[in-house]
Design a protein around this ligand. Structure first.
Ligand code: BGC
Length: 740
């Protein structure tokens, strides 16, 4: 009898949504329902909601809890990750809904980072497009596919700024610049979450890894991060904040410690900043086994201490360590942890489940029709191809080596990336099937059906074997055009993939020297998840293309650019160093008290390498030429309330139509604290036919020139500023204004 009454009560509590209610009322009634539900829960059931375990379908860390299915049936786990597919997620959902007393649905999460089945370019590549709309669209498609396979929640976007290409996870971020990365973070959240989380084509987003995971010492993954609060707030935090402001409903802690406090037990980060200062209302999940790692960080004495530290700092859900599960009920019983903290975390988690519509229908995301019809469709593949060609960066193009001349008879593709499918989809490729990727040779064959395309591997990605060199040289000598396809394997970047040298692995450069030595027209295509120190190629390869990992449609996207069907428009989101000794290297550096002077020894420089990078942030060539002129401000003096309006003339003086990314950098000439030599403050993508020109207008608000001043407060200081406008962060055209 009691069970029946309880069950009817739950049904009444949970069944809402049928009638039309204003948003405020809905929120109020959701909160009331959640509170009523919490009042019915035992401490074990509550802690179950705070627990996230992986299924055994996929694994991104060391530990798998074998009993997770029993845990589901007993209500000991409220969320599962690494489980997808309608049948599978339905089966697990049934275990929760049919076996547990309160029938609370499970939440299914997964790393849908750059596509789910249709794999888009890796995030760093997408950032090189500087195309915010296309990035949002890519995230939208990822959400459609993932939600069609039973998923509710993605562990993305990764918002970690990084200025250290040794760190393998640069591949997952949006590069070095807070302005560009913030726009991208916002776009990704909007793409994943859409306008309404209860729409079954949307996914809950997760802002990660909070915070500053991208600045590990010496570029070694998981290493300590130590930085000033100014650096943290001005450079590293803005993309997370942008994702929170865009409405991300979950956030993930980082593995690293920040200034001595692990992110997962960092109250300043998780409560003072994220919730109290930024107003984040969603729930915080840890990264994989991060609660357990508090033991290794040396801040927790035992399992219970680790769980208490994390919960009290502001963690709501424990990913995979099981420490919450094992210790929180007893900690509450012993009055060491206040149950209200647990209730608060449960409330936040249940709210997201409500927002997703799971209480209306736990199988809302289990549609076999959607699974059949909404995955790898022609328009989705086309979007991935378009994103791919927009992500490619033309680094060098001597004597217009590219595009490949019209009516070419014989193209030789040489190198280990030529017919390589596995590596094309990069790391974190979700449920992507690499065997469905289009490789470079296939892409070229489709584009040039009448030409002969010869492929010779020449060597492996890594290793010392040079047996294939002779055949490669012969193929090059025999061809009209050569494409060298070189790079890193997909696993050489990503998590736990830091490198202390970032040269081309193995004997690939020797192969390049041999092939380029033939004197044939050669375009080298670099496939990698990070900047590589390709100094020799930058000087000797007639053309050099940074192609990252472009995903399922790699070969087609590359053929579009190499053939000239698409005029490359990508720009580097990360500085390319000459050698690892220059790292961290980024364009928005400080001037120092002894700025570089080549004639003066005691200035800031190296004895053995220039200060300048191999390729600057924002660099990227086109098959046409763009010229900038007539940079003009509307006024020379502004107040803090004015908009600073200016225009520049952009002319396409070459013979191809194309898109240029017009970049605006600002320098604050005199301030109470030292300011970067340049900071990106605006950009526009401008399309111009050959021979055309156009005036491009900008408007900056003085607020965007703010920073943390000497007294610790944030604001814009009056004074003189320089504006630089151009096609990369070395932009030469400049003008000045005064802010009063
Ligand atoms: C990674 C996260 C990821 C999580 C779940 C961790 O190892 O750092 O980025 O979301 O695994 O797969």
């Amino acid at each position: 009898m009691r069970t029946t009454v309880l069950f009817s009560l739950i049904i009444v509590l949970l069944s809402f949504g049928a009638c039309q209610q204003p948003q405020q009322d809905i929120e109020h009634s959701t909160d009331t329902k959640i509170d009523s539900l919490i009042s019915l829960m035992t401490i074990e059931e509550k802690v179950g909601q705070l627990t996230l375990y992986t299924s055994d379908m996929d694994q991104t860390g060391a530990y798998i809890r074998k009993e997770y299915e029993n845990d589901i049936k007993q209500g000991k786990v409220g969320a599962i990750f690494n489980a997808y597919g309608v049948d599978y997620t339905r089966r697990l959902q049934e275990m929760a809904v049919n076996n547990t007393r309160l029938r609370i649905p499970l939440l299914f999460g997964y790393d849908v980072i750059h596509g789910h089945r249709t794999i888009f370019p890796v995030p760093l590549a997408e950032a090189a497009s500087w195309n915010i709309e296309a990035i949002q669209h890519a995230a939208r498609i990822a959400a459609i596919e993932a939600s069609a396979e039973g998923l509710h929640w993605t562990f993305a976007p990764m918002c970690d700024i990084s200025r250290d290409p040794r760190w393998g996870r640069v591949v997952e971020g949006a590069g070095e610049d807070p302005f560009l990365a913030s726009l991208i973070a916002e776009a990704r959240v909007k793409g994943f979450q859409g306008d309404d989380l209860s729409d079954p084509t949307t996914l809950a987003a997760c802002v990660k890894h909070f915070a500053a995971y991208g600045a590990p010492q010496a570029g070694r993954d998981y290493h300590a991060v130590d930085m000033s609060e100014n650096m943290l707030r001005e450079v590293y935090l803005p993309p997370y904040k942008a994702a929170v402001d865009a409405g991300a409903v979950t956030a993930m802690t980082a593995f690293n410690d920040l200034n001595g406090i692990p992110s997962t037990s960092n109250k300043f980060l998780l409560t003072d900043l994220l919730r109290d200062e930024w107003g984040f209302e969603g729930f915080v999940v840890t990264d994989y086994t991060s609660v357990m790692e508090l033991l290794y960080h040396g801040v927790a004495a035992d399992t219970a201490h680790a769980a208490a530290l994390a919960l009290e700092a502001g963690v709501d859900m424990d990913m995979q360590s099981g420490f919450f599960h094992q210790t929180l009920p007893k900690l509450v019983e012993d009055k060491i942890v206040d149950e209200s903290l647990i209730d608060q975390a449960v409330r936040r988690i249940l709210k997201v489940k409500f927002q997703l519509g799971l209480f209306d229908d736990p199988y809302k995301y289990c549609s076999t029709t959607r699974e059949k019809n909404e995955i790898m469709q022609a328009d989705q593949l086309e979007a991935a191809r378009d994103m791919g060609r927009r992500s490619i960066v033309l680094l060098r193009n001597e004597a217009q080596t590219l595009p490949i001349p019209q009516h070419i008879k014989k193209i030789a593709v040489i190198g280990p990336m030529g017919n390589n499918k596995r590596d094309m989809i990069g790391s974190w490729s979700a449920a992507g099937d690499w065997s469905k990727a289009v490789d470079l040779v296939e892409g070229l064959k489709a584009r040039y059906p009448l030409s002969e395309i010869v492929f010779v591997k020449g060597c492996e990605i890594d290793g010392e074997q040079t047996e294939g060199f002779n055949e490669a040289r012969r193929a090059a000598a025999d061809a009209d055009f050569v494409i060298l396809a070189l790079g890193e394997a997909y696993w050489m970047s990503g998590e736990a993939a830091s490198r202390s040298q970032i040269d081309l692995p193995g004997v690939q450069q020797q192969l390049a020297e041999l092939i380029i030595g033939t004197g044939k027209p050669v375009a080298t295509v670099i496939i990698s998840g990070r900047p590589l120190t390709v100094n020799w190629l930058a000087q000797n390869s007639p053309a050099l293309v940074q192609a990252w990992f472009l995903g399922t449609q790699s070969g087609h996207a590359l053929a579009d650019v190499l053939s000239g069907d698409y005029n490359p428009s990508g720009k580097l989101p990360l500085t390319f160093p000459r050698n690892v000794g220059q790292i961290p290297i980024y364009y928005s550096m400080k001037n120092t008290g002894r700025p570089f002077n080549e004639n003066s020894k005691y200035t800031s420089k190296y004895l053995d390498v220039p200060n300048t990078p191999l390729f600057v942030f924002g660099h990227g060539l086109s098959y046409t030429q763009f010229e900038y002129s007539h940079l003009a401000l509307e006024q020379e003096t502004y107040t803090l309330d004015d908009s600073i309006r200016f225009e520049v003339e952009l002319a396409n003086t070459g013979s191809f139509a194309g898109e240029e990314i017009v970049q605006v950098y600002v320098h604050d000439q005199l301030a109470s604290v030292t300011r970067p030599v340049r900071e990106l403050k605006a950009f526009k993508r401008v399309w111009l036919e050959a021979g055309d020109s156009k005036k491009v207008n900008f408007s900056l608000h003085p607020e965007s020139l703010g920073f943390y001043k000497i007294d610790g407060s944030y604001g814009t200081e009056p004074g003189r500023f320089t504006i630089f406008v151009g096609g990369d962060s070395n932009a030469g055209l400049s003008t000045e204004f005064e802010l009063r």
